[in-house]
Each structure stands twice: as structure tokens, then as C-alpha cells.
Ligand binder design. Structure first.
Ligand code: ATP
Ligand code: MG
Length: 436
């Protein structure tokens, strides 16, 4: 029963070219099964895919057939058999079992399609076995891999900043506070300040970390915990940073479209749509965006924040991500560089996903002057002494630099056209739920 791992093949092997006629051993979980006229039809899943297995009573024997008939959905089995051509199945193949051993027959699987969303969230640990989730997480893993490959090729070094912190980077309002041995501590909202410190010795740094936001707003694009890619580049202007972001997005999207075309298509994203995305992306300034929105009937003026509805209106007709640049300073964080030509705005750019999906990246050039940083902190009423270590970075070799944060789940949501961001992560954290 406990054969060595290498003596088993995978569904991928069974579907490989030239596999028809070969004998193999598979193990995995039963997605569905039915029995008719002494033949058992199982849909078997392993980490590489699914394939139909047929087992005949007169081949595997009365006893094993009877126990196999009791295997529930998501029960586990091991089979030995032969790959045969089957024009009726989707893959054109099936495995005809010579023997079938039940590893775990299982209880009746409690997940059905028509159940309420609340029930499905309660049973999230089981629901994530669905083909949609399996494919989504495979694409998400590939996205992380391709981002790392791009950054590595660009000589940007991966860093491991702290997640527990005494300084809430984005301001206290949306930070989760914890008891850190009797003192206030926070869960990181952004690794940016740490990355800025690490940029001085290494010039080009990034981190992929969980970020935590105690978002009160319940929207289909906010989680309270999400995966955050943050990049900081020395000797970099906003213009150069936007060029970097375009190259990164185009490279990664094209790689995903060429390596996982079937997976993307199965979740509603024809890979050609990603291949059609090219640099440079359309760019509009915040002022132009406000103008466009007010012509479309939105009650906006200079200083209005662009929320979900506004971002949706700006991008609904777009096929490519677009940049919105030069936001009013008061809408953005204290560390953003004021625009050289206009003291009202900052050197910031948001990248908005097309088709109404909205912000996927927030980018800016950073303020380099210590006096101006202190002035900005005072203006927002922040406790300057808590930022002393950050201000030190501007006292020792301060240089122009810029960086951005990308929400991994936001990118997946747009790429896979998911209605709600929670479908892009196995155990979504939202204001109403932090379990299972
Ligand atoms: P939003 O206005 O959509 O709340 P933000 O301006 O607060 O976004 P930033 O602080 O710039 O976002 O964070 C950088 C990136 O992190 C965003 O562009 C987005 O992709 C992602 N992000 C921010 N908040 C969340 C969240 N609550 N859930 C998922 N991703 C998020
Ligand atoms: Mg936010």
C-alpha cells in the first residue's frame, strides 16, 4: 500500500503525448463517480489535473469494486491501470483500472453549487478544492513567480522587512493595533519605509509581504489582509518608475498568457487579451480625470478622491491599464514628492486596471528633503518624533528615489474577471470574517 513516491505517475503523465497504451499508477481524490452495469466511472484529480478512470467489477474483483463504490466525492484512491484513448471524454483519454485501492472513502462531501455564499465561506477549507480555486491559485503562484523573475532580471533585490511594527506607515486610522508586551504595536500596512532604508545600501529593492488594512469600507476590492509587492528604486523619477511598471506588467502578463493560456481561458480571460496589452499605457492627469468625470455627471472637483465608482467610470471602456498621475497633495501620503511645476500636486501615479476594475498599483517619487518631510508630517498632525528613524534616511546621502505598491489579489481579480477580490485568495480576510 505504501509504495515509494516515485513509483506513482501523475494525471499529466496520463495525458502526455504517446501515453496511450502505457501502464501507470495514480493516486488522488475523486471529483465525482457513478456506477453502472458493473463499471465504475471516477473523475480522478491530482495536483496536475483530472482524468476519467473506469474500473470494471470483473477486472478489479468483487470486494474491491464494492469498497470503491462507497468512495464519496473527495475520497482518496490509488489505482493501477492502462491509458486508453476515449474520444467521448474531454481529454480524449481515460485510464482503465486493473486494481483500485481506497485510501480514504470519506464522509459525504458537504459542498454543493446552490449553497449560500455564507455557508460556502464557513466551509472555505473544503470549497477551495473546486477547479476554479485550484486554477486561480495556480495562476496566482505563476504571477508571483513571474514578478520575481522580472525583478531578479532587473537587478532588484528581494528583502524581508518586519511585519510587526511600532510605526503604522500609512497613518494610524487603518492599522490593526496589537498589544506588543504592553506597548502598542501594529500589523504592517506597507513595507515601504523599511524598503526605503534598505535602498541606500542596495539601490533597488523589493518585498512581497502581507499588508494589513483595517478597511471599514466593504467593497469587492478590499481585503483586510492582502499580498503586497513593493518596489523602491534609487536614482529614479516618477517618469522612469512608470516606464519600469509598464515593462514589468507587459512582461509578466505576456508570460502568463503564453505559459497558462488554457487556465486563463477557463476562468474567462482569453490570453490574447493579455497579449494585446502593450506599453506605453494611456496616461491622464488627475485634473483631466476630474474633468472627464464631471462631464460624465460625477459631482467631483479638484481635491475629490477617486473612489470605486469614479475609477470604474474611468476604466470601463479601456482594454489596457491606464495611469492617472499628479494627484492633489492632500489626497496622498506625506512622503510623496511635490510636483516641481505645481505645488498643489504630487509626483504620484495610480495604475488602474481596465474594464472597470480600478487601482492595482500606487506609485510615487519620494520626498528627499528632511525639512519638507517634517513640514508635511506637522501639516497632517502626525507625531514627528515617531518618524525620527525615517527622517534619518534623509540626513545621510538622501537621493532621488521612487517606488510603488502592487496588490497581488487586485491583479488576479482583474486578470480573472472575478466579481469579488475574496475569490483570489484561499482564506479571505474581510471586516466580517477572519475564520476559517
Ligand atoms: P484604495 O484606494 O483602493 O484603498 P490605496 O490607495 O489605499 O488603495 P495603497 O496604499 O497605495 O492603496 O496600496 C498599494 C496597493 O495595494 C494598491 O494599489 C492596491 O493594489 C493594494 N491594496 C491597497 N489596499 C488594499 C486592500 N484593502 N485589499 C487589497 N489590496 C489593496
Ligand atoms: Mg485604501
Amino acid at each position: 500500500m505504501t509504495a515509494g513516491a516515485d513509483s506513482f505517475q501523475t494525471v499529466r503523465d496520463a495525458l502526455a503525448e504517446g501515453a496511450v497504451g502505457s501502464a501507470l499508477k495514480l493516486r488522488g481524490w475523486v471529483q465525482k463517480s457513478r456506477s453502472s452495469g458493473g463499471i465504475l466511472f471516477l473523475q480522478l484529480r491530482d495536483r496536475t489535473g483530472t482524468i476519467q478512470v473506469t474500473a470494471r467489477r470483473n477486472e478489479i474483483g468483487e470486494e474491491k469494486f464494492a469498497s470503491a463504490e462507497h468512495v464519496q466525492v473527495e475520497g482518496a484512491v490509488m489505482i493501477e491501470g492502462t491509458v486508453v484513448a476515449d474520444p467521448r471524454s474531454k481529454s480524449g483519454r481515460e485510464v482503465r483500472a486493473r486494481s483500485l485501492d481506497v485510501v480514504h472513502a470519506g464522509d459525504p462531501f458537504p459542498i454543493f453549487l446552490e449553497q449560500t455564499e455564507e455557508f460556502r465561506l464557513d466551509k472555505r477549507h473544503l470549497v477551495i478544492r473546486s477547479p476554479e480555486h485550484v486554477t486561480t491559485f495556480r495562476i496566482k503562484a505563476a504571477l508571483l513567480r513571474e514578478l520575481r523573475a522580472f525583478l531578479d532580471a532587473e537587478d532588484v533585490l528581494e528583502m524581508t522587512p518586519a511585519i510587526l511594527t511600532g510605526n503604522p506607515a500609512e497613518g494610524g486610522a487603518e492599522a490593526f493595533q496589537i498589544d506588543y508586551f504592553g506597548r502598542p504595536g501594529y500589523l504592517s500596512q506597507s513595507a515601504q519605509m523599511y524598503l526605503e532604508a534598505l535602498l541606500f545600501p542596495s539601490e533597488r529593492v523589493y518585498a512581497i509581504t502581507p499588508s494589513f488594512r483595517a478597511e471599514k469600507s466593504r467593497t469587492p476590492r478590499h481585503l483586510t489582509e492582502y499580498q503586497h509587492l513593493e518596489v523602491e528604486l534609487a536614482w529614479c523619477s516618477l517618469e522612469q518608475l512608470m516606464g519600469f511598471i509598464e515593462r514589468m506588467m507587459v512582461t509578466v502578463l505576456h508570460r502568463l498568457a503564453t505559459t497558462l493560456p488554457k487556465e486563463l481561458a477557463s476562468l474567462g480571460r482569453p490570453p490574447d487579451e493579455l497579449l494585446a496589452i502593450q506599453a506605453p499605457f494611456p496616461r491622464i492627469t488627475y485634473v483631466e480625470a476630474i474633468d472627464r468625470l464631471s462631464k460624465a455627471g460625477f459631482p467631483v472637483h479638484f481635491g475629490s478622491d477617486l473612489g470605486t465608482a469614479e475609477e470604474r467610470a474611468l476604466t470601463l471602456e479601456e482594454k489596457s491599464p491606464i495611469f492617472v498621475t499628479h494627484f492633489p497633495a492632500e489626497l496622498k501620503a506625506f512622503y510623496m514628492l511635490k510636483s516641481p511645476g505645481d505645488p498643489r500636486t504630487v509626483e504620484a501615479a495610480d495604475l488602474l486596471g481596465p474594464e472597470g476594475y480600478g487601482e492595482i498599483i500606487g506609485a510615487s517619487a519620494r520626498e528627499t528633503d528632511v525639512a519638507r518631510l517634517i513640514e508635511r508630517l506637522k501639516a497632517i498632525g502626525a507625531p514627528v518624533e515617531e518618524y525620527e528613524w525615517y527622517l534619518d534616511l534623509r540626513r545621510h546621502g538622501s537621493v532621488p528615489h521612487a517606488g510603488f505598491g502592487l496588490g497581488i489579489e487586485r491583479v488576479v481579480r482583474w486578470m480573472l474577471r472575478r466579481e469579488h477580490i475574496r475569490e483570489t485568495t484561499p482564506f479571505p480576510r474581510t471586516p466580517s470574517r477572519h475564520t476559517p
